[in-house]
Design a protein around this ligand. Structure first.
Ligand SMILES: [Zn+2]
Ligand SMILES: [Zn+2]
Length: 505
């Protein structure tokens, strides 16, 4: 590690330790004493244990110069209105598509947040039932729709693969990424006079390909002397362990004339699963007379967006018209109740993916006790979520469901084939494309996964330095790579115990 105090450098640290609440703080210092501080993402913490962290920032939002957004998942954008409410006035840059999608997620979240249980229980109950966004509640309102509106006024949508200047010395490029429609990896280029530039590459949540849209590769990045901040959600999961069971599970359920419940995330899975079902209908293996229902208000908005913007999707005939035959939206409680009473064979797609929010809270407790039912989880579920809890119960065992003792009778399946994150081999293959890596900084994974994946990177890629991004250490980066890491004060702070900004930076 070299020392050169006169050169520019960037210090990076994250607010999140693991997977949700994504927010990377990057402070760039130039020899002329100029300081630029920006964020990459500003997401909600979704786990209950981190809930209170949603209510404050361990820095002054007024001092953030700008924000870059990787993609429209609530754990990456859900605290932007809070940042605005607390005084941030800078620009928020996102890909053009993400800038169009963000209002859907954020107004929905504000709507959920704006009703407190004490004020209007009935209205609150309805909102919670319809909610597809997992957020926790508190007597404080985190933000409201006015904050969302103000924040959205500062959003600037940018085309993919076109570098744009943000400040005199900092420019950025959004590079297409298959994680989600609109998702981008972000290249930051920092220059100062005749100094060697610093290149920071934030992969964001990253996937290699997507069922519904193509990604255009950017070959210009591979020869840069680069520092890669790489996600590692599935950094220890081998591609060989992916089970492609969805098709068979659906078909065996239909063969038994069951009701088949599939839990979906509002954006992504809620469009990919109908596409898979349509393919099965076209292949002649799924009878189109079996009705398919979709439930979850926010998922309808996203599906509508996809169908209105077919120019963003693959040109393939099935993708362009991905809704299967005999597909129906469940538009209100009455229809939902009718559906619950109906004993005939059908498929129901419901939000939320983990079962904790949205109409899944009605379907899962009801169907878990019923014969002639299969429940398919096609996304990750945390162990504390409703889906995670149900998965742990053996069939025909009696268990405690929110205080009620019930017997699990339904069949439960889960598949990881729809995951929007690259697996270990894909993450390593991505790194192999670069010829001049200065450092790899492992981000966005459970603590043990990040460290184990870091070992893989050291063994298979051998970059000069490998570091772990979390809220405990700053990583100082010069043009030649990492200079050092150093401890940060405890960032796990609660409201009203805000650490003074100067203590942190
Ligand atoms: Zn994501
Ligand atoms: Zn994420």
């Amino acid at each position: 590690m070299k020392k050169n105090k006169t050169k520019m450098y960037a210090d990076i640290i994250s607010l999140h330790n693991e997977v949700t609440g994504s927010c990377i703080i990057c402070t760039v210092r130039f020899p002329n004493k100029e300081k630029i501080r920006f964020l990459v993402d500003c997401g909600l913490f979704q786990e209950e244990k981190y809930q209170l962290q949603n209510f404050s920032f361990p820095f002054d939002p007024k001092e953030i110069n700008f924000v870059l957004v990787t993609h429209n998942h609530i754990d990456h954008v859900g605290r932007l209105p809070k940042l605005y409410k607390d005084g941030f006035t800078g620009n928020i840059y996102a890909s053009k598509i993400t800038s169009m999608l963000m209002p859907l997620a954020l107004y929905n979240t504000a709507e959920i947040l704006s009703y407190s249980f004490q004020k209007n229980p009935n209205k609150y109950k309805k909102i919670i039932e319809d909610a597809s966004v997992p957020v926790f509640f508190n007597n404080d309102v985190l933000y409201d729709s006015k904050d969302v509106e103000g924040m959205l006024n500062n959003v600037i949508g940018k085309e993919y693969n076109q570098s744009f200047k943000i400040t005199e010395h900092i420019s950025a490029t959004f590079i297409p990424n298959a994680h989600l429609l609109g998702a981008a990896s972000i290249l930051i280029t920092i220059t100062y006079k005749s100094e060697e530039p610093i290149y920071l590459y934030f992969t964001g949540d990253y996937a290699v390909n997507n069922r519904l849209f193509d990604v255009e590769e950017n070959n210009k990045i591979y020869n840069l002397p680069i520092n890669i901040i790489q996600e590692s959600t599935y950094g220890t999961t081998s591609i060989d362990t992916i089970n492609h069971t969805f098709k068979n599970d659906i078909l065996s359920s239909i063969k038994n004339k069951e009701t088949c419940i599939v839990t979906v995330f509002s954006q992504g899975r809620a469009q990919e699963i109908p596409y898979e079902l349509k393919k099965m209908q076209n292949e002649g293996i799924l009878n189109p007379s079996i009705p398919i229902y979709a439930d979850g208000k926010l998922s309808f908005s996203y599906t509508d967006f996809y169908l209105k913007h077919k120019e963003f999707l693959k040109k393939d005939e099935i993708v362009q018209n991905f809704l299967p035959h005999n597909f129906h939206y469940v538009s209100d409680n009455l229809e939902r109740e009718k559906l619950l009473a109906d004993r005939s064979c059908k498929i129901i797609l419901t939000t939320s993916g983990m079962g904790n929010y949205g109409p899944a809270q009605t379907y899962l407790p009801y169907y878990i006790t019923r014969p002639k039912c299969s429940i398919i989880f096609c996304g990750y579920t945390t162990p504390e979520s409703l889906g995670g809890k149900l998965k742990q119960v053996e069939r025909y065992d009696t268990f405690n469901l929110n205080g009620l003792m019930v017997k699990r009778v339904a069949k439960i399946f889960s598949t990881n084939e729809f995951s929007g994150h690259a697996k270990k081999e894909e993450l390593l293959d991505f790194l192999k494309k670069f010829s001049n890596i200065k450092s790899v900084i492992i981000n966005h994974g459970n603590t043990d996964v990040k460290e184990n994946y870091a070992r893989e990177v050291i063994n298979k890629i051998s970059p000069k330095d490998v570091a772990i991004l979390d809220n405990k250490n700053y990583i100082r980066i010069y043009a030649y790579g990492i200079a050092k890491t150093f401890n940060a004060p405890d960032m796990n702070i609660l409201p009203r115990h805000r650490i003074k900004e100067k203590e942190l930076f």
